[in-house]
Design a protein around this ligand. Structure first.
Ligand SMILES: C[S@@+](CC[C@H](N)C(=O)[O-])C[C@H]1O[C@@H](n2cnc3c(N)ncnc32)[C@H](O)[C@@H]1O
Length: 242
């Protein structure tokens, strides 16, 4: 039995509603240690610190952009002196893009840790968000570790998954709220679309270890492994396309 099955843990000093996505009644991330969880689940879960050292083209995909904490956490592990130049792309999908001030407030606990990355992100997000149109929106964002090609699909993941797409993704962050609160983002058509978009040997990681998620990922074609979860969560999932 899991102690905290699929719920994100929330801190008693910040109200639940402040950290909740009202559309799904679920948290964006754990307010106690959201960034540590992101580093553990998504960055380590995809072995990105090692993989990014090799440089070259690298494409990270995500379901559920939310506050951008996963992107920001990724930017903290961009190697300073990679063996080769890194050409990083980040593609994500979001139905309810957050206002800049809401992101600023939600990411406040990580302000010190993120430093200039947060300031630069909020500035670039603010410009990007004002011109968002349904479907794909693209920008090149500049950070101390280099430029990143950022693409956001503004719309429902169920529309996004119907698109034709080439296998270009090296690593996925599956972060679309808990499957009991938001089953659509874990549904078979979405997982099949993820599979089609993944390169051979591309990987995925997610905070959930729900049986239905494992089954659906396997049905889509991924090889799935259950791993120890972050902090009080017993398990998480990682996987790859063979
Ligand atoms: C747990 S939050 C993501 C947290 C995020 N990765 C971060 O770093 O803050 C899940 C996100 O998925 C989005 N989402 C959920 N269902 C969706 C859907 N059907 N289509 C597009 N976005 C969806 C939510 O609006 C929410 O922002």
């Amino acid at each position: 039995m899991q102690l905290f099955p699929e719920k994100r843990i929330w801190s008693s000093d910040i109200s639940l509603t402040e950290h909740q996505n009202p559309h799904y009644g679920d948290l964006y991330f754990s307010s106690d240690d959201g960034m540590d969880e992101t580093m553990y689940v998504f960055i380590q879960g995809n072995e990105l610190e090692t993989r990014l050292q090799k440089g070259g083209d690298f494409h990270v995909g995500e379901t559920g952009f939310g506050t951008g904490l996963n992107l920001l956490s990724l930017l903290t592990v961009i190697p300073e002196n990679p063996e080769k130049i890194l050409n990083l792309s980040y593609s994500t999908v979001e139905k309810y893009p957050l206002e800049t001030e809401r992101i600023r407030s939600l990411l406040l606990p990580f302000k010190k840790r993120l430093g200039d990355l947060l300031t630069l992100f909020l500035k670039q997000w603010d410009e990007f968000r004002t011109s968002l149109a349904p479907g794909w929106n693209t920008a090149t964002w500049t950070f101390p570790g280099g430029d990143i090609r950022f693409r956001l699909y503004f719309g429902d993941v169920l529309e996004w998954c119907l698109e034709e797409a080439d296998p270009s993704v090296d690593a996925w962050f599956l972060d679309g709220h808990s499957p009991d609160k938001n089953p659509e983002i874990w549904s078979l058509p979405v997982m099949e679309s993820l599979y089609r978009r993944t390169k051979v040997n591309g990987t995925l990681a997610t905070f959930t270890s729900a049986g239905v998620v494992k089954q659906t990922l396997r049905a889509a074609g991924f090889t799935i492994k259950r791993k120890s979860g972050f902090a009080r969560k017993r398990h998480m999932i990682s996987g790859f396309k063979s």
